[in-house]
Design a protein around this ligand. Structure first.
Ligand code: HEC
Ligand code: HEC
Ligand code: HEC
Ligand code: HEC
Ligand code: HEC
Length: 496
């Protein structure tokens, strides 16, 4: 045998030995079966609680699983059933209720030693995240209530930008996304009057009773009307979630992969409201590069903190890989995120006609247009040039900001906004009025936007700023709101 051949032989033997070793260690050591009331269940996921490995039952309901890494519970799940747990090799799946219980009493999120089922009693960390998020304030947010009904302590002379005054029978529509569990026997749906758990807005129990968000009706059905809820009968509890191995005595859970999909969020983040496409984040995501990369809303907005490793410490929760536990922080149009995601480059040059400024803006690592969300959010590019004496220099050629830019109206710059116009071309108007035309100039993800400005030859210095506004200035000013805008990026340059 040649040396080369002998080496090849030894190599092969080694590979076989290693393979045998691995096989022996991970050897099939548990054989079991999964059943329901009617017999064996095929296609159920089986594994050890807290471990990532799962096997699927065969047509006879059987499974083969490597031995437990030590004292763990055996769990099984399948869509349409509650999660089953046990210590023996045979697990029984209980089906989900067939019908939603319309008389169900929603459970409060807040801590309360008397109300033992309140979520925060056991899920403190998640509760703190949620409480600080926009979801935790969606029914009590003073800005929302002000545009909903003109309330936050100040009265305005005119009843404009006031949904209840301008669209009196439209309150139920606002409530369906902002206060989805608000019951209104009089059909008034006045969110200001929300009491008890309804006042907690988009709360834990509502979100975790969502059994499905049926596709096909996005935008035309929204909020409470876009989701299929499955609330249990008295005395039983049932909670939906992304974990296929959650266990708590006295409680049942249902594993739902939907909780990791954008479709889940589409129920409230897509809305053609009173005929106007006011909320379009989900459809923007459908067309985004992020979607093509397999990133859902949760990938960015519920990314794990990397620190939380137990969702119910001391209350029956087990230690889990922190990379598998989502955060309920839900950051949105925050200064840090906007700064991270918006890149602005500025170049200056001199020509025979004057001093030129070229600005390029790119939105990166976003899953939709920028800005997105509430339709009035906008970005303003503001370009100002000065001469040797510090006197403002005229723009010779290039875009200028429109009147709705407020204090920057007429100045060199650009507006990135989804602008709503009324029948006479007036705007900005609120989305609950008759919207005759929409002009959308917002940034597309990963698609650079380039603007060129030409100033007169006397220009020496230039400042380029990018501002973010949550509301139009003409809406914010009369209401005394001052913290509705912030500077995202600023560049300064000079010509010689
Ligand atoms: C807007 C709807 C929404 C609200 C409100 C909400 N959740 Fe969730 N929750 C989700 C989604 C979606 C996931 C799955 C995220 C993922 O896995 O990427 C989740 C995951 C979880 C999990 C699994 C562990 C984890 O962190 O991944 C627990 C436990 C949980 N939520 C509890 C709560 C509690 C308690 C509250 C209230 C304090 C709450 N949720 C509020 C939608 C919501
Ligand atoms: C008495 C303590 C307790 C209370 C109260 C409680 N939970 Fe839990 N919850 C747990 C435990 C324990 C687990 C399982 C933890 C584990 O497996 O690591 C859990 C798991 C969960 C999960 C994960 C389910 C899955 O399959 O992904 C969700 C979601 C959840 N709880 C939501 C809620 C909500 C919403 C409320 C309030 C309506 C609530 N919990 C109230 C103790 C509690
Ligand atoms: C039941 C309706 C509902 C569902 C479901 C829902 N949201 Fe929201 N979301 C809202 C409302 C209403 C607000 C605005 C509250 C406010 O600002 O007063 C909001 C606000 C937000 C914000 C904050 C924006 C900011 O500027 O701070 C983010 C981010 C967000 N949602 C992401 C998500 C994601 C991701 C999901 C899916 C996991 C989701 N939402 C599911 C209704 C919902
Ligand atoms: C690739 C990451 C990524 C994905 C995927 C993503 N987002 Fe965002 N989102 C961001 C970043 C970054 C911001 C902050 C910059 C901005 O405001 O656009 C943001 C902002 C937001 C805002 C706040 C907008 C504002 O100005 O008030 C909302 C609401 C929102 N996202 C909802 C969603 C929803 C719903 C989905 C899924 C349909 C989603 N996002 C998918 C990264 C992402
Ligand atoms: C399709 C669901 C949906 C409906 C219907 C809806 N909203 Fe919203 N609303 C949202 C979401 C989601 C956000 C958060 C987007 C963001 O932060 O950018 C929001 C944000 C807002 C904000 C911004 C709050 C702030 O502090 O920045 C106001 C104001 C508002 N909505 C008013 C209304 C009014 C008034 C109505 C009824 C005429 C209404 N909304 C109907 C989903 C909805």
């Amino acid at each position: 045998m040649s040396l080369a051949r002998r080496h090849a032989c030894i190599g092969l033997l080694l590979i076989v030995a290693v393979w045998c070793f691995i096989f022996a260690r991970s050897g099939v050591s548990l054989e079991g079966n999964v059943t329901d009331d009617t017999g064996p269940v095929a296609g159920a996921r089986v594994g050890w609680q807290g471990e990532c490995r799962r096997v699927t039952t065969d047509s006879a309901g059987r499974f083969f699983l490597p031995a437990s890494p030590g004292g763990k519970r055996l769990i099984a799940s399948k869509p349409g059933y509650r999660i089953a747990a046990g210590s023996s090799d045979s697990l029984r799946l209980a089906p989900l209720p067939r019908e939603d219980n319309l008389d169900y009493a929603w459970i409060e999120p807040h801590p309360d030693p008397v109300q033992i089922n309140n979520c925060a009693n056991c899920h403190d960390e998640i509760y703190q995240q949620w409480r600080g998020s926009a979801h935790g304030r969606s029914a009590s947010n003073p800005r929302f209530l002000h545009l909903f009904a003109g309330t936050d302590g100040k009265s305005l002379p005119r009843q404009t930008w006031n949904a209840r005054a301008e669209h009196p029978d439209g309150s139920a529509v606002c409530a369906s996304c902002h206060a989805p569990t608000l019951a209104s026997p009089t059909l008034e749906y006045d969110v200001r009057e929300a009491q008890g758990v309804a006042r907690s807005g988009v709360h834990c129990d509502f979100c975790h009773k969502v059994a499905d968000v049926p596709p096909g009706k996005f935008g035309t059905r929204f909020g409470r009307d876009a989701v299929r809820l499955l609330r249990p009968r008295d005395g039983v509890s049932l909670t939906f979630g992304p974990l296929d191995d959650a266990v708590r005595p006295g409680e049942t859970f249902a594993y739902s992969p939907l909780y990791k999909e954008s479709r889940y969020c589409a129920s409230c983040h897509e809305g053609i409201v009173f005929g106007a496409h006011a909320y379009g984040t989900y459809s923007e995501w459908l067309a985004s590069p992020a979607r093509a990369q397999g990133k859902h809303c949760q990938s960015c907005h519920m990314a794990p903190t990397g620190k939380m490793n137990n969702i119910a410490p001391g209350k029956g929760g087990i230690v889990r890989d922190p990379r598998t536990l989502a955060s309920h922080d839900m950051p949105g149009g925050r200064i840090d995120l906007l700064r991270e995601s918006l890149r602005m480059d500025v170049g200056t040059s001199t020509s025979t006609k004057g001093k030129q400024v070229a600005v390029e803006i790119v939105a990166q690592r976003v899953g939709h247009r920028v800005p997105t969300g509430f339709v009035d959010r906008h970005l303003l590019l503001v370009v100002q040039a000065w001469d040797e004496q510090g006197k403002a220099v005229a723009l010779v050629d290039g875009p200028r900001l429109p009147k709705k830019a407020g204090r920057w109206s007429g100045i060199a710059g650009a507006l990135y906004a989804k602008q709503l116009f009324g029948p006479a071309g007036e705007g900005p108007i609120p989305f609950w009025l008759h919207v005759a035309k929409i002009e959308d100039t917002r940034l597309h993800a990963e698609r650079p936007d380039r603007r060129v400005f030409l100033f007169s030859p006397s220009a020496r210095r230039v400042s380029v700023q990018l501002w973010y506004r949550r509301f139009w200035q003409e809406v914010a000013d009369p209401r005394g709101w001052t913290d509705y805008e912030f500077l995202v990026a600023e560049r300064k340059a000079a010509w010689r």
